[in-house]
Design a binder for this molecule. Sequence first.
Ligand code: HPA
Length: 235
Amino acid sequence: MSVHIAAKKGEIAKTVLQPGDPLRAKYIADHFLEEVKLVSQTRGIFYFTGKYKGKEISVGASGMGIPSIGIYSYELFTEFNVDTIIRIGTCGAYTTDLKVFDLLNVEFSASESTYANYAWGIEGDLIAHQGKAFEMINETAGKLDLLIKPTNIHTSDIFYRKESGIPAIASKYNCSAVEMEAFALFANAQYLGKNAATILTVSDIIPTHENISADQRETALKPMIELALETALNF
Ligand code: HPA
């Protein structure tokens, strides 16, 4: 048991899939895992452990934003001996070069956040994916015939803002999309020497306001979920 996760030691697998939304974690557990056990529901942030094709995997939410994923990923790595976290989330595209439903494998996250520096003394505003998960996602996508783009993204603290243009940091690092968590996950993994990757499905195109509708979301996220689960079989 950690401060924010009620699971007992040994109840969380070495590899964790981490969506932002607790109900998405439940959806994955219900539809893709066998022998599922709910191991934590503190604050409504569900963690499930079950089997996928015979391999033990946990799936649990990060909540939204850097502080929230900072807490959950740190406790998973340090209190539950998790080796690998694969974040599976959605993002907004800054450019019409990306389309809704596109799959992105995050190579670098750029952020204005002070999290990495204040927490771990990691300097700079750019942090890479950590360990071998990124490469395995690319390889697994190839085997599944799924197109996935290695991409730099902006991890923002801000969802609603006054200015509508592309933030300076996103232009500086050629970030084609924005989400709100990868930077803290990568920072924790870098400091702790763990594996961390982020797969994103483009859910909205910011310049055109096009987005995946609520009823499209379930099917839209299926390729990403399957890719993450199949990748997890390699660990
Ligand atoms: N901004 C930040 N995070 C997001 C967005 C967005 O537009 N879309 C999905 N996650």
